[in-house]
Design a binder for this molecule. Structure first.
Ligand code: ADP
Ligand code: MG
Length: 386
């Protein structure tokens, strides 16, 4: 980043927060942080649109912690003042971790909790005592509300991370219920890499004139993510995947498939060929899901095969490779998958396997992405023995 960029200290954050940020080793705010932090501190509703890996989490976490402490939002017990909604349990855990890293450096502690389905609800009900920042997936939050473990009537600030997905049809029923339980007067922060301020549903959440902050790079700009696409016949996909992994000596890679079934199958095949691999998806247990991701992050696991469950928000430091074994149906998901690499200004490579049948859909994806990737032939590559 340029040396003359605005420092964190110019954004209006408290000394305690600045000290904590500097202890964590962050020196210069990213562009979305530079713009979003003052707007949030000012009390505005914000639509924050910025590329994957551009630091959106801290762009809401820092100013909301400031507001929480400065304005003393100590809501009545079991009435959380700050609610952050996310689409998956993996993301809930990650976002709460980011909050806690910042909070560890503060003298006045803030109590946070992440709640999500797939685990026993009792500890979550007990733990809700005194929580000030609640990070939740919608389904489990509704269960907790039904059991009177938490109330939303004192919510002062709502964050929707991966906002376009949270406002998508898949979450509509749950979101409608949750929004109806919150006070109308509250601050709303919506963040995503693929959010369009034309989305109608946004008016349902953002009641006040929002500040729209968009810092996405122009589509044709050279990004730090290098993309390549390979034309591969259906029956050669398995061997070609092994060839990609071996020939690049990949030690840490995330492979995306279109279904849980294929994810299991691909992981099994890799293992049979002596490549350390595991599958994770919505049908796996909570423990297996969190463990698989933790193992990939720490470098204990070489290949993690997954569905679009992990396409959103997950931050893996230094992840060098992403492979699309199958295309996602939605072009947006493609952007998010590829964005798991090349984070925080590091480089990364994303490879996409395209069968002849996939070609028309891959065209649609590229058009939506605003970026064209040369389709490389692979018929000459000898896949015997991989
Ligand atoms: P996004 O939500 O935009 O995809 P994240 O919030 O997950 O991105 O952040 C991506 C990575 O960038 C994280 O590993 C985070 O620690 C790092 N990061 C965030 N802010 C900064 C900063 N100001 N300077 C350097 N790295 C940062
Ligand atoms: Mg994010």
């Amino acid at each position: 980043m340029e040396a003359n960029a605005t420092p964190f200290s110019a954004l209006g954050l408290s000394d305690a927060l600045l000290k904590s940020i500097s202890t964590l080793g962050y020196t210069v705010p990213t562009p979305i942080q530079q713009q979003a932090i003052p707007a949030v501190l000012f009390g505005k509703d914000v639509l924050g649109i910025a590329d994957t890996g551009s630091g959106k989490t801290l762009s809401y976490a820092l100013p909301l912690l400031h507001l929480l402490q400065e304005q003393n939002w100590n809501a009545r017990n079991r009435h959380v003042p700050v609610l952050v909604l996310v689409p998956t349990r993996e993301l809930a855990v990650q976002v709460e971790t980011v909050f806690n890293e910042v909070i560890t450096g503060l003298t006045d502690r803030v109590k946070t909790m992440a709640v999500f389905g797939g685990v026993s609800i009792n500890p979550q009900m007990i733990g809700m005592q005194g929580v000030q920042v609640l990070v939740a997936t919608p389904g489990r939050l509704l269960d907790l509300i039904d059991s009177k473990a938490v109330h939303l009537s004192d919510v002062k600030l709502l964050v929707l991370d991966e906002a376009d997905q949270m406002l998508n049809l898949g979450f509509k029923e749950e979101m409608d219920k949750l929004l109806a339980l919150m006070p109308r007067k509250r601050q709303n922060l919506l963040f995503s890499a693929t959010l369009s301020n034309a989305v109608n549903e946004i008016t349902q959440v953002v009641l006040h004139k929002p500040e729209v902050i968009q810092v996405t790079t122009a589509p044709q700009d050279i990004t730090l993510i290098q993309q390549r696409a390979f034309r591969v016949d259906q029956e050669r996909k398995g061997p070609f995947l092994r060839y990609l992994i071996q020939s690049h000596a990949m030690q840490q890679v995330l492979v995306f498939t279109a279904s849980s079934h294929t994810a299991d199958h691909v992981a099994d095949k890799l293992k049979k060929h002596g490549i350390d691999a595991r599958a994770t998806h919505g049908k796996k247990s909570n423990h297996a899901r969190l463990q698989a991701l933790a193992d990939l992050k720490s470098g204990r696991l070489r290949v993690l095969v997954t569905t679009d469950l992990l396409s959103r928000g997950i931050d893996i430091e230094f992840l060098p490779y992403v492979i699309n074994y199958e295309l996602p149906r939605s072009p947006k998901d493609f952007v998010h998958r590829v964005g798991r690499t090349g984070r925080a200004e590091r480089s990364g490579e994303a490879f996409t396997i395209v069968t002849p049948e996939d070609q028309p859909h891959f065209k649609v994806i590229q058009k939506k992405m605003g970026r064209w990737v040369t389709l490389e032939g692979t018929d000459d590559i000898d896949l015997q023995g991989v």
